[in-house]
Design a protein. Structure first.
Ligand code: UD1
Length: 421
C-alpha cells in the first residue's frame, strides 16, 4: 500500500503529454473479443484498469502481448471461450459490463459478475438490460446473485430508445448489435468521443456502425469480424485535469496531445474564469493567470460540461474570487471530494446536492483520502496548490485512471512522491 506525498505551493512549468483515453480503452479491450482474430491497440495508457482487463481477458483464453513502453497491446481473441468470470476482478471496475455486450455478440451468452467502479451514488444498469432484451437476450439473475447471466443465441436487430443518455448502455448495445441479425437503431444515444472511438474500432474489425457521435446510431449486424489496428484517442478527462492544475499553478504549461473539440465546454468555462490560453492544433499552452472569477458549473451529457471534470476543476474554483456552485445532473451524489477539500481549508460545502464555494481560499496541506478516481485527482491538484505537505491515501483509485501521474507532475516541477504506507 502506498500514499502520495506532495509538498505544495510551488509554481509549475513545462510540458505534459496526455495519454490514451481510459474510458475508450476499457471498452476497446472487451470489444476485441468480437474480432475472433488479432487486434493491435496503440496509445494504451499504463493504468491499473488496463491491467485488470488484461487479466480478465487472459482468464477467458485471450493471448495478450503488452508492450508497455510503446503503449501497445496485441490481443489475440481466437481462443477466447465464454466462461463465468470471477467476481473479484470484475467488480473492481465499472467497465467490466462491456464483457456482457462483447460475449453476447460473439457467443450468444455471457456470465459476468456485477460491475463495480467508483462510488458516485446509484449507478443502475437497467438500460443495458433493456437493450439486450430488445435484441432478444434474456437475463438470468438469482436474487442476491454475484453475477449476471445473459443468453441470446439469436440476437435480432431492432430500434432501441434509451430513456437516459448513457455512455455504457450505448457502447454495450453497439457491441452486441454488431453481430446481431439485421439493423439495430439506437435512439437518444450518448455522443461522447469515446463512443466514436469504439465505433471506429468496430468498423475497422468489419462491423457497420453509422452515426456514432450523433444521437442516432445505426448498426447493421454481420456474421464475421476480423483483426484490425487502432490508436486510442487522447484522454480528455486527463487533459482537463492538467489544464485546471496549470490554470491554478502554471507559469507557462503546455498540455500536448489534445483534441480541442473534445474539450470545448471545459475550455469555455476556463475562459469565463479568465484563464489565459493559446490554443494550437494539438496542444494548449496555459499562461500564468491571475484575478480569476468564480463561475457556476452544471454537468450534462457530452458535449456539455463533463461530470468527470467537475471534481478535478474544484480546486481551481477555490483560487478564483467570488461565490459559485456546482450541480452535477449526472451523478447528484458525486460530492465526496468536498469534505476532504474542506479539511485543507476550503470554504466549500454541499447543500441539497449542490456544491457551494466561496473563494479565494488559502489551502493548507493535510492528510486526506481519495474516495474515488476523480475525487483523488482533485486532491492531487489541491495538494499542488496548498502550502505545506499533503498526504493522500487510497491512491489506488487515482492509479486506475491517471497514467504515470507522479512522473508527469515531477517533470513540470511538482514535489510529489509515492511513499510506502
Ligand atoms: C461513463 C464513464 C464515467 C462517466 C459517465 C458519465 C466509463 C467507463 N465510465 O460511466 O467515467 O462519469 O459515463 O459521463 O466510460 N443510468 C441509468 N441506467 C443505466 C445506465 C445509466 O439510469 O442503465 C444513468 C446513470 O445513473 C447516470 C447516467 O445514466 O445518471 C449516465 O450514466 P452512464 O453514461 O451510463 O455512465 P457510465 O457509462 O457508467
Amino acid at each position: 500500500m502506498k500514499k502520495i506525498v506532495i509538498n505544495g505551493g510551488k509554481r509549475i512549468s513545462g510540458k505534459i503529454t496526455i495519454s490514451g483515453a481510459k474510458n475508450s480503452v476499457v471498452a476497446l479491450i472487451p470489444a476485441t473479443i468480437l474480432a475472433n482474430d488479432v487486434v493491435t491497440l496503440e496509445g494504451v495508457p499504463d493504468i491499473s484498469d488496463v491491467e485488470s482487463l488484461i487479466e480478465i481477458m487472459e482468464i477467458m483464453g485471450a493471448k495478450v502481448e503488452r508492450h508497455r513502453e510503446e503503449g501497445r497491446l496485441v490481443i489475440d481473441t481466437r481462443s477466447v471461450v465464454s466462461r463465468p468470470l470471477p467476481y473479484g476482478k470484475i467488480n473492481s471496475l465499472r467497465a467490466s459490463y462491456y464483457f456482457n455486450g462483447a460475449l453476447l455478440g460473439r457467443f450468444g451468452q455471457a456470465t459476468v459478475g456485477l460491475p463495480g467502479g467508483c462510488d458516485l451514488g446509484p449507478r443502475p444498469t437497467d438500460l443495458h438490460d433493456k437493450a439486450f432484451k430488445a435484441l432478444g437476450a434474456r437475463k438470468l439473475q438469482q436474487e442476491e446473485a454475484e453475477h449476471l447471466e445473459v443468453i441470446g443465441d439469436h440476437l435480432v436487430g431492432t430500434t432501441i430508445y434509451m430513456d437516459m443518455v448513457s455512455v455504457g448502455a450505448t457502447i454495450n448495445t453497439m457491441l452486441a448489435a454488431s453481430r446481431a441479425k439485421g439493423l439495430t437503431v439506437i435512439e437518444n444515444a450518448a455522443r461522447e468521443p469515446e463512443i466514436i472511438d469504439v465505433a471506429t474500432l468496430l468498423n475497422n474489425m468489419g462491423a457497420q456502425v453509422r452515426g456514432a457521435g450523433t444521437d442516432t446510431i445505426r448498426i447493421l449486424g454481420t456474421d464475421t469480424m476480423h483483426g484490425a489496428q487502432h490508436t486510442v484517442i487522447p484522454d480528455r478527462i486527463e487533459a482537463g485535469t492538467y489544464l485546471a492544475l496549470a490554470a491554478a499553478m502554471g507559469d507557462g504549461v503546455v498540455i500536448e496531445n489534445i483534441i480541442y473539440e473534445h474539450l470545448e465546454s471545459f475550455i469555455a468555462k476556463l475562459e469565463e474564469m479568465g484563464v489565459r490560453m493559446t490554443i494550437r492544433e494539438d496542444s494548449i499552452e496555459v499562461h500564468k493567470s491571475e484575478n480569476l472569477k468564480a463561475v457556476n458549473i452544471t454537468t450534462v451529457p457530452y458535449p456539455g460540461f463533463a461530470t468527470d471534470l467537475q471534481q478535478p476543476i474544484t480546486p481551481l474554483l477555490l483560487q478564483t474570487k467570488g461565490r459559485g456552485w456546482i450541480v452535477d445532473t449526472i451523478y447528484e451524489k458525486r460530492v465526496n471530494h468536498v469534505p476532504e477539500l474542506a479539511r485543507m481549508g476550503a470554504d466549500i460545502s454541499v447543500l441539497e446536492d449542490r456544491i457551494i464555494y466561496e473563494a479565494p481560499n488559502e489551502l493548507t496541506g493535510n492528510q486526506v483520502k481519495a474516495t474515488d478516481l476523480r475525487a483523488g485527482a482533485a486532491l492531487v491538484t489541491a495538494g499542488v496548490i496548498a502550502q505545506g505537505k499533503t498526504e493522500i491515501t487510497n491512491i489506488e483509485f487515482i492509479l486506475r485512471g491517471y497514467d504515470h501521474i507522479i512522473e508527469k507532475l515531477t517533470a513540470v516541477g511538482v514535489d510529489i512522491q509515492l511513499v510506502d504506507l
